[in-house]
Design a protein around this ligand. Structure first.
Ligand SMILES: [Zn+2]
Length: 213
């Protein structure tokens, strides 16, 4: 089944072990922030740091796994049209979009992916802090072995990444709210392809409360 996450929104859903789902950028360039938790044990979330460590890579693509804080594979990338995804940066968040310019410009908007992911996770019953994200379709580059920065996303319209659940998982995805280098000056939606019958809990900090759709 198809589910569209509107721009500047998030959605959460559960997947069974062995099930697959995909995250697509229908208009291209738009980045999607993704987190996941072990289903039934939200105290064991996706770990961006251990995912870098256990893959021995600063980027992950087909064949690579997203690992948990316990070092166990949770999701595995089984297909990838884009091949460029960030596991260095955290999700955009309130202070980043309102208070801190740092040369990125200030949007003066209430919250970002961290807030949208938190709302979506709350709607599906996961009351845990939002871990650092896999930023799907975001290009980050390390230079001089010291500095890292964000580049324009190379994702083409319709590019998708397909994940297989290595264990039962609760997943949350946000259509990134940060205007700028990665997603560009105008923000767009993110499309999910999910197993038929999946219940999707959508939420946006831009709407009143955590409305379910
Ligand atoms: Zn974001």
């Amino acid at each position: 089944m198809h589910h569209r996450i509107p721009k500047q929104s998030g959605a959460a859903f559960a997947v069974d072990r062995g099930a697959t789902f995909s995250v697509a950028t229908p208009e291209g360039r738009q980045v999607a922030d993704l987190v996941a938790f072990v289903r039934g044990n939200p105290a064991e979330p996706f770990s961006q740091a251990y995912t870098r460590d256990l893959n021995g890579r600063l980027r992950i693509t087909t064949g690579d796994a997203l690992y948990t804080t316990a070092g166990e594979p949770l999701l595995t990338i089984v297909a990838d049209d884009c091949g460029v995804h960030d596991i260095l940066f955290g999700p955009c968040t309130e202070w980043m979009l309102t208070d801190r310019a740092h040369g990125r410009g200030v949007q003066n908007e209430p919250g970002g992916c961290r807030e949208n992911l938190a709302l979506a996770l709350d709607a599906i019953g996961v009351d845990r802090p939002v871990p650092d994200t896999m930023n799907v379709f975001q290009e980050s580059t390390v230079t001089g072995q010291t500095y890292f920065d964000v580049r324009e996303s190379p994702a083409e319209p319709g590019d998708a990444v397909t994940f297989e659940a290595s264990r039962g998982a609760v997943v949350a995805v946000a259509a990134c709210s940060a205007k700028g280098v990665a997603s560009g000056p105008s923000l767009g939606p993110i499309d999910l392809q999910l197993p038929d019958g999946t219940a999707v809990h959508g939420a946006s900090i831009h709407e009143e409360g955590a409305a379910e759709r």
